[in-house]
Design a protein around this ligand. Structure first.
Ligand SMILES: Cc1cc2nc3c(=O)[nH]c(=O)nc-3n(C[C@H](O)[C@H](O)[C@H](O)COP(=O)(O)OP(=O)(O)OC[C@H]3O[C@@H](n4cnc5c(N)ncnc54)[C@H](O)[C@@H]3O)c2cc1C
Length: 358
């Protein structure tokens, strides 16, 4: 369910591990592709490594980021990799459709423009009711985003939530030195304003023209209600960086923070990607979506092989995976840095120290 990076990674993994299951796998998405997706499109080395695990190299145009500037108050640090790009930015509109084409190439069926309404797991399978009819499946992977129907249907309970706001600003490469030099900015200035998170400016592009992709990720769950404040903070912060942005051009989307203890599955159903939760330090969701999509595929293949479809302990598989361990570390880091209550922050910092030395 869902043909974003999580759903596609799950389908690709099933097809590569068990080609015999590919023709029995169906990916459905309520949208028609190419579709717009609010996202800065930052594709890090971590994301590239997850793509390599499913042998996917979507052929899309990208903007190379040569260096990353990290800022905290007056301190600024420029990080430049020894070789190659620090990361690349892609247009999700293009990237997602290219990934979905790879899924089709591996003999997996794809239904676009089909929205799932009701999901019900029974003794012999799962019923997925859409506006077009009913699908019967042995198992379902819910890769339908942070407010998807699968998570609600299997009652995974409340989660810590954050959000990210984004604006696209036209740029003249000759006049913008950071753009011309391929520098991406990560500024933790929002923390001083009680907004646990950071602002970014990434070099990017539209279909034809160069752009700055600018935004703010508010990751701390105790800030989730501060949407209005974050919007005006972003406008002011951009102005302080010489970037003019109208508040009406800013759009936002909610996120769920990964929690290693939280269940990610039920009988015959599990979740992946934004529906499962992402790294709450940087909200770098693409590698999390790819990695948890792969973990979900592995769980489904194992369930079919064993004829045991109990996926209630699926979170343990995710926790053991490389992406699970990275998300857990970033969660501790987020708590230690972003929490508003200093005592809470202190105890999380102690836990972070314990996990690093333990
Ligand atoms: C402003 C912003 C900037 C970001 N920037 C970055 C970045 O630079 N780098 C990075 O790594 N991450 C970034 N992220 C996070 C990243 O975009 C997400 O984590 C990632 O897209 C999650 O992938 P997914 O496959 O789980 O979900 P999605 O990509 O959201 O895909 C879910 C799919 O499910 C479909 N769907 C939903 N409901 C149904 C239904 N009922 N029936 C059928 N289909 C359904 C949707 O149509 C959608 O196509 C950003 C997020 C935001 C909000």
């Amino acid at each position: 369910m869902g043909a974003g990076p999580a759903g596609c990674a799950a389908a690709l993994r099933i097809a590569s591990r068990r080609p015999d299951l590919a023709p029995r796998t169906l990916v459905i998405d309520r949208r028609w592709f190419p579709r717009d997706k609010l996202c800065a499109g930052g594709l890090s080395r971590l994301a590239e490594a997850q793509l390599a695990r499913v042998e996917a190299a979507p052929a899309v145009a990208a903007c190379g980021v040569a260096a990353m500037e990290f800022a905290l108050g007056p301190r600024r640090e420029l990080v430049r990799p020894a070789s190659g790009w620090a990361f690349r930015t892609v247009r999700r509109r293009e990237f997602d459709v290219a990934l979905l084409d790879l899924v089709r190439d591996r003999a997996v069926a794809v239904e676009e423009g089909e929205s799932a309404r009701v999901i019900e797991a029974g003794r012999t399978g799962v019923s997925v009711v859409t506006e077009r009819g009913e699908h019967r499946a042995l198992t379902v992977i819910g890769a339908d985003g942070a407010s998807g129907v699968v998570r609600r249907a299997i009652e995974l309970g409340a989660a810590e939530r954050g959000f990210a706001l984004e604006a696209l600003v036209p740029v003249e490469p000759q006049r913008d030195a950071a753009f011309a030099q391929g520098v991406a900015t990560f500024d933790f200035a929002p923390m001083a304003a009680g907004l646990g998170g950071y602002c970014w400016i990434f070099p990017s592009r539209d279909a034809e023209s160069p752009l700055l992709n600018c935004g703010i990720a508010v990751c701390a769950p105790d800030c989730a209600r501060f949407g209005k404040r974050a919007r005006s903070f972003l406008v002011e912060w951009l102005a302080s960086r010489g970037v003019r942005c109208d508040a009406s051009a800013i759009r936002g989307h909610g996120t769920i923070a990964y929690d290693p203890e939280a269940p990610l599955g039920a009988d015959r159903v599990c979740v992946a990607g934004d529906a499962a939760g992402i790294d709450p330090y940087l909200s770098e969701g693409i590698p999390c979506a790819l990695g948890t999509g792969i973990a979900a595929a592995d769980a489904v293949v194992a369930a079919i092989d064993r004829s045991d479809f109990d996926l209630t302990r699926h979170h343990e598989r995710v926790r053991r995976s490389t992406i699970g361990r990275i998300m857990e570390r970033r969660r501790l880091l987020a708590h230690a840095r972003y929490r508003r209550d200093p005592i809470d922050r202190y105890f999380h910092a102690v836990r972070l120290f314990g996990s690093a030395t333990g």
